[in-house]
Ligand binder design. Sequence first.
Ligand code: AMP
Length: 284
Amino acid sequence: MLEILYSQADVHQHLAPLRAQGSSIGFVPTMGALHIGHQSLVEASKHENAVTVVSIFVNPRQFGPNEDLSRYPRTPQTDYDLLHELEVPYLFLPSESEMYPADFAIDYQVGDKGKHWCGKSRPGHFQGVAEAVARLFTLIQPDKAYFGQKDFQQTVIVQDLIHTLSLPVKCVVCPTIREPDGLAFSSRNRYLNAKDRTAAAFIYHSLLWAKELAERETPVESIVQIITQAFENYPAFRLDYFGIANRNNLTPLTGNVTPETPAIALIAAYLGNTRLIDNLPLNA
Ligand code: AMP
């Protein structure tokens, strides 16, 4: 039976006794419109914990003024059915006022790792993510929280948040789940028309191409130039960024990627109004 929790009081009533009897709590924060990527996080949590809590909250603080907050997909019934089918015991569905009561203030600033890549294109995005995650962690008090590698920069920001605030939660990063043509599952994929959906596979292919170029000792500057040029030649796309970063601190890399370099290729690209992101470690 899937129990829906709406408030801090509901959470306390259901989870405190479980915590008191020593049951480990796994937590999967999401924005809903659930797909197989989310499902993989739920399965990882169920495998490792006595109790799994999934939250669905479309967090307004992580959307910029001209972004897709109002049209972000919302599929409450199919989300409920999927979680029920997966035998998840608790779904947390907070309202905005439950998430951010008038007296809620978090004294936390996302540091330099939030300045590059998505942080640069989406000012305030990671601050919004950090505020929501901090609030959710405080309410749910999970032992482990599950995040997708697909949002790689987000996992780095969350790990920093946990470290800086000394939160007693372990961040588990799960692999990116992809469609057969390589496109990472995303709630935003449903915005794509048939033509753009076909083109979208090139996002992952460009990452594989970058990996191959890096393995052939092509300097990072040339890889970035080659991939950027390929997107310029592909009119369906508007590239937001493509780059290669140190995956520990997200600073852009230059020169050759050696087997010891902790390198990751990161991309964000628009197809029409839909912005998709992906990434691939280059020497893992
Ligand atoms: P979202 O609902 O898009 O905020 O995503 C909720 C969580 O699911 C985040 O930790 C995402 O990184 C993760 N996620 C989204 N897409 C995928 C995917 N294709 N594979 C694995 N995890 C994913």
